[in-house]
Design a protein around this ligand. Structure first.
Ligand code: C2E
Ligand code: CA
Ligand code: CA
Ligand code: CA
Length: 276
C-alpha cells in the first residue's frame, strides 16, 4: 500500500509525504519518551533587575530523543497538544519542578508553563493542589505561566479555573504578552500577577528602532497600574539589559544571566541566593 501510495502522490511536493511520515514517527516516539526516561526539566534563572538577585527559575521541558538527540519544545509541545500527550508531559514537569525546588531556599520561586489544554482540563486545580500538598510546597512559590490561548475555550469554565487557582494561592503569569489576540481584555478579566514581555519586543530593542522600547514602556506602565510584575524575556546583551532597566521592567530572563540549566546547577545558584 505504501509503494502504491508513493506512486500516486508523485505530483505532490516530495517533502510533504516525508514530513507527514516523520511526524508520525515522532509522535510514536513521543508516546514512549516519558517511560523511556528521555524527558527532563531545565531551569532558567529569572533575575530582579534592581538588585540582580535571583527571583526564581522558569522550568522548561527537554526531550533527549534516543537517536535524534535533543528536540526543541517548539516542535514537540504542539505535537503533544495535538496527540493528547500534553497532560502527562505537563504533569511530569510540574511534579519534577516542585520536587526539585522543595529543597531550595523558600525565597526562590519556580515558574511552570501550562498548556491551554492542561489549563482547561477540569482536574488541573486538584492536580496542582495535590502536588503542593505532597511536597509541602508553599503555593506562592509556584507561578503558572499561561498564554492567551486559554481564553479561546469556554469562558465560564476558564474564569472558574482562574478563581480556584488564585484561591490555592499560586501566582499566575501571562506569557508571551503582545504576540496574541486582544490581550488587553484578558488582562482585565483574569487575575494575573505578572506579565512576561515577549522576546520579540525585547531582543535587540536597544539597537533597532525606538518602537520596541516604546512598546515595552507601555506594557510596564499598564502592568504597574494593574499592580502586576513584569519580566522581559530574551535579554542577551548589556545594551538590552540597560534599556530594560531604564524602562522600569522588574525582572529579566535571558542568556545574559543564564541559559536553561540542569537541576544540579540551578540548585547551587538557588542556594547561593539564600537569605540568612
Ligand atoms: P517560553 O515559555 O516563552 O519559554 C522561553 C523560551 O525562550 C525558552 O525556550 C528559553 O530557553 C528561551 N530563551 C530564554 N532566554 C533567551 C535568550 O536570551 N535568548 C534566546 N534566544 N532564547 C531565550 P525553550 O526552552 O526552547 O522553550 C520554547 C517554548 O516551548 C516555551 O516558550 C514554551 O512555550 C514551550 N515549553 C517549554 N517547556 C514547556 C513545558 O514544560 N510545558 C509547556 N506547555 N510548554 C513548554
Ligand atoms: Ca514560559
Ligand atoms: Ca514566553
Ligand atoms: Ca515563546
Amino acid at each position: 500500500a505504501k509503494a502504491a501510495g508513493r506512486g500516486k502522490h508523485c505530483f505532490y511536493e516530495p517533502s510533504m509525504h516525508s514530513e507527514a511520515a516523520d511526524r508520525q514517527l515522532l509522535e510514536n516516539d513521543l508516546r514512549q519518551a516519558l517511560d523511556r526516561g528521555e524527558m527532563w526539566v531545565a531551569f532558567q534563572p529569572i533575575v530582579r533587575v534592581a538588585s540582580e538577585e535571583i527571583s526564581g527559575f522558569e522550568c522548561l521541558v527537554r526531550w533527549n530523543h534516543q537517536t535524534r538527540g535533543p528536540i526543541s519544545p517548539d516542535k514537540f509541545i504542539p505535537l503533544a497538544e495535538e496527540c493528547g500527550m500534553i497532560g502527562r508531559i505537563g504533569e511530569f514537569v510540574l511534579q519534577a519542578a516542585i520536587a526539585e525546588a522543595a529543597g531550595w531556599p523558600d525565597n526562590v520561586r519556580i515558574a511552570v508553563n501550562l498548556s491551554p489544554i492542561q489549563f482547561n482540563d477540569p482536574n488541573i486545580v486538584d492536580a496542582v493542589a495535590a502536588l503542593l500538598a505532597e511536597h509541602d510546597f508553599e503555593p506562592a512559590r509556584l507561578e503558572l505561566e499561561i498564554t492567551e490561548g486559554v481564553f479561546l475555550a469556554d469562558s465560564d469554565a476558564t474564569d472558574g479555573t482562574f478563581a480556584r487557582l488564585k484561591s490555592l494561592g499560586v501566582r499566575l503569569a501571562l506569557d508571551d504578552f503582545g504576540t496574541g489576540y486582544s490581550s488587553l481584555g484578558y488582562l482585565k478579566k483574569a487575575p494575573f500577577d505578572k506579565i512576561k514581555i515577549d522576546q520579540s519586543f525585547v531582543r535587540g530593542a536597544a539597537s533597532t528602532t525606538k518602537r520596541n522600547g516604546a512598546i515595552i514602556r507601555a506594557i510596564v506602565s499598564l502592568a504597574e497600574s494593574l499592580d502586576m510584575d513584569t519580566t522581559a524575556e530574551g535579554v542577551e546583551t548589556h545594551d538590552d539589559l540597560y534599556l530594560i532597566r531604564e524602562l522600569g521592567v522588574s525582572q529579566v530572563q535571558g542568556y545574559i544571566f543564564g541559559k536553561p540549566m540542569k537541576a544540579e546547577e540551578a540548585r547551587e545558584l538557588a542556594n547561593s541566593s539564600r537569605v540568612e
